[in-house]
Design a protein. Structure first.
Length: 300
């Protein structure tokens, strides 16, 4: 088994175990109610439904390469995945992208109804900050810094702003710079927060924090370009979600603006640029180098 496979499995197991623990009624001792049980069921349905776990994995790995045990960053990592999952639940709603499938399973609103799916997303959003603020083995300064980084990335000047722009881009021929700005906000900000929160967990210095964020900014944009490519070249069976929706919604994408070949070249250039930002981490950067390549070459 390669270093990448071994560490990826280790991190995924840590994240999945933490997700199961945080979604249990035991974690809410003294606060039990029928409403809580219903929400935990809906929240767990999406949070525990696999996925690549890229954001929490980045938080754990940057904590490690900055000199701390990755386990210390688990609450921060899980909070990132909660935010990401809430955004997917809301993205799939009829008022947004109206997608019926997510990761090979029916979307949350198809299982729990629109109202409870909306509330499950809200529940994950708020639980993410509870998780950050109650993280053990972290100073008050670390929890405050991590919470602020997450709020900025997920909020109205970050991920939500990107979603607003994404919806506004439907039905019009948006220029490339608008598409890139949309993706840096909608996808890239939360990925950069993963770097920030992993570094914060390890009390990393500014040089390492800036390098980590630069790496994540570039792999985040490359990730979205590859998503656009797969929306044209892959199948619903492979992706676990509908394909071709960008074309149906008349959205400008890298593929529609640049073509497949140029889009692939752009993703590759960003991947190489991301890898070059890692020199400050010395010999510890191997996993991050491989992760960048894997994300660029993925088929789902």
């Amino acid at each position: 088994m390669s270093l990448f496979e071994e560490r990826s499995r280790e991190y995924a197991a840590m994240i999945n175990a933490a997700a199961a623990e945080y979604m249990s009624t035991e974690s809410f001792s003294g606060r039990e109610s029928a409403g809580l049980e219903r929400m935990l069921e809906a929240m767990a349905y999406s949070l525990e439904n696999g996925g690549k776990r890229i954001r929490p994995m980045l938080a754990l790995e940057f904590c490690r390469v900055c000199g701390e045990k990755p386990e210390k960053a688990i609450p921060f990592a899980l909070a990132l995945e909660m935010i990401h999952t809430y955004s997917l639940i809301h993205d799939d709603l009829p008022c947004m992208d109206n997608d019926d499938m997510r990761r090979g399973k029916p979307s949350s609103h198809k299982v729990f109804g629109e109202a409870d799916a909306l509330l499950a997303g809200d529940g994950l959003l708020t639980l993410a900050f509870e998780t950050v603020l109650s993280a053990p083995d972290m100073s008050s300064e670390q929890k405050a810094a991590a919470g602020l980084a997450l709020a900025k990335a997920a909020g109205c000047s970050g991920m939500i702003a990107g979603q607003v722009m994404d919806l506004a881009n439907e039905g019009r021929k948006a220029p490339l710079e608008d598409v890139a700005k949309t993706d840096r906000l909608k996808t890239g900000e939360l990925i950069m927060a993963s770097a920030s929160m992993g570094c914060i967990a390890a009390n990393a210095d500014a040089e390492k924090l800036n390098a980590a964020r630069e790496y994540c900014a570039d792999i985040g944009l490359a990730f979205q370009i590859v998503d656009d490519i797969l929306d044209v070249t892959s199948s619903s069976e492979v992706l676990g979600k509908p394909v071709g929706s960008d074309g149906e919604n008349e959205k400008s994408t890298y593929v529609s603006l640049l073509g497949l070949e140029k889009s692939k070249e752009m993703a590759d250039e960003l991947t190489e640029k991301a890898k070059s930002a890692l020199s400050v981490f010395g010999d510890e950067k191997e996993f991050l180098l491989m992760l960048a390549d894997k994300l660029a070459d993925r088929n789902n």
